[in-house]
Design a protein around this ligand. Structure first.
Ligand code: PXG
Length: 445
């Protein structure tokens, strides 16, 4: 690998406006990744960096998988692009069939887009179109949850509940309400796996939100099975099942945003299977192509596609929604190859096997200074630190920078450090990951 050293970095950093990044601080001290293979990145200053976050929760099978690279290359040479509207190409159909087969039983159709944000907005629109097609067009309200993250487009941002992501952006989509967050350190700190306390928080839907609006005006509830971006907030035991029951009682669609939780993160194809709770729609992205080519999808339960499609006159476009790059040939080829790798390697079973070891390793950090909570499930974990007085998130930010100096990439949000490695991680790499993180937490105390 020919990674440039820091002194060879002659890039002009000025013209790029970086997303979700402190641009000025970053350009003053850039962190560039120039290559990746398996569990490791190569940094621009020539170091091997252990990928503790599967990129950004997406490279579940590890980097530069030859099968996926070859599929993308082959596809680019054969058919680089085809219009998705009123035209088709074989690989988008193949990708849909693979994805639906990979989805829980009862899911029948996939709608493609290019990101998790687009998947969230597409799912919300499908929910509205479905109710309208059934003659229940009054069902327009959308319910999200505090601290939820459903991307950055207006629909997903509006049902999302991370204050900083919303407050600069005006009126948002009207008619949205939020359930309370389930995160509660007083009751659940240092839970191993699903926390015990808090299933009753789902009852808010029936007790507080439905009476405000009348169920006949509510289209859908959207939640992440576990919140990733907000700092790995796990659902209390029984919570998702209660949400399901209440939605069923009132004809409300339940959408699981599985952009992070899908494709093996919890040791199952989708978190719906891990929790034994089936939503009506699943959004996914990230792991769908192992992070290699942008792609998102909405997968719907049997009956939803038929209802929308059959309500339109013969020959009419039934759902006026889609993207120039819906089902893009390169993305579709990457999805087929990625699902192929996940399945043929039994990668999710491997994640299940590693889960207890991974859990022990993260919970061993319990006595490090300033640690106020540790959470884990599948191959995802979080260590929450006490904020420095007057400087929220500074401590976790320091931990992130110090880990990177020590050749480890982690995520931080607020004062929580999140870890979600590729599912190919080995035990010794788990030791290195949490060993380094533990040293760093002690050093910055
Ligand atoms: N839904 C969920 C649950 C996500 O985690 C999105 C939607 C949006 O996906 P796109 O592809 O539009 O980015 C996400 C994205 C973090 C972090 O800090 C996580 C995401 C994005 C940015 C940062 O953990 N997840």
């Amino acid at each position: 690998m020919n990674a440039p050293t820091r002194s060879e970095l002659t890039l002009d950093l000025a013209p790029l406006w970086k997303p979700f990044t402190a641009n000025r601080a970053f350009k003053a001290a850039p962190r560039l990744l120039v290559a990746a293979e398996g569990m490791y990145y190569t940094s621009h200053d020539g170091r091997r960096i252990l990928d503790g976050t599967a990129g950004l929760w997406c490279v579940n099978a590890g980097h530069a998988r030859p099968e996926i690279v070859a599929a993308i290359k082959r596809q680019a040479e054969t058919l680089d692009y085809a219009p998705p509207f009123q035209m088709g190409h074989p690989v988008e159909f193949e990708a849909a069939a693979r994805l639906v087969a990979h989805a829980p039983t009862g899911f029948s159709h996939a709608f493609f887009c290019n990101s998790g944000s687009e998947a969230a907005d597409s799912a919300l629109k499908i929910a509205l179109a479905y109710h309208r097609a059934r003659g229940e067009g009054t069902r327009q309200r959308l319910i999200g949850r505090e601290r939820g993250y459903h991307g950055v487009n207006f629909g997903g941002m509006s049902v999302g509940g991370i204050p900083g992501n919303r407050k600069a952006f005006g009126q948002l989509v009207a008619g949205v309400d939020h359930l309370s967050s389930t995160h509660d350190l007083e009751h659940n700190a240092f839970s191993r796996g699903e926390p015990q306390w808090g299933a009753h928080l789902a009852d808010e839907l029936e007790r507080r939100i439905i009476p405000l609006h009348d169920a006949a005006n509510i289209a859908a509830v959207i939640v992440e099975p576990f919140s990733g971006s907000a700092g790995v907030l796990l659902p209390p035991r029984g919570y998702l099942a209660r949400l399901r029951e209440i939605c069923d009682r009132h004809g409300i669609l339940l959408i699981f945003d599985e952009v992070i939780s899908g494709f093996g993160r919890l040791g199952h194809n989708f978190a719906a299977e891990r929790f034994g709770v089936m939503p009506d729609l699943i959004t996914c992205a990230k792991g769908l192509t192992n992070g290699s080519v942008p792609m998102g999808a909405v997968i719907v339960r049997e009956g939803i596609y038929e209802t929308v499609v059959n309500a339109a006159p013969a020959g009419a476009v039934e759902f006026l929604h889609g993207y120039t790059y819906s089902g893009h040939p390169l993305a579709a080829a990457a999805a087929v190859a990625s699902i192929g790798v996940f399945e043929s390697e039994g990668l999710y079973a491997r994640a299940q096997e590693l889960e207890p070891y991974f859990a022990d390793a993260v919970h061993a950090l319990r006595d490090k200074p300033n640690v106020i909570d540790i959470r884990n499930l599948g191959l995802v974990a979080a260590v929450e630190l006490a904020p420095r007085p007057g400087a929220p998130s500074a401590r976790a930010h320091d931990a992130f920078l110090k880990c990177y100096e020590r050749n480890l990439m982690v995520r931080f949000t607020g004062d929580t450090i999140a870890v979600s490695p590729p599912l190919i991680i080995g035990r010794s790499e788990i030791d290195t990951l949490f060993g380094t993180l533990g040293e760093v937490i002690a050093d910055i105390a």
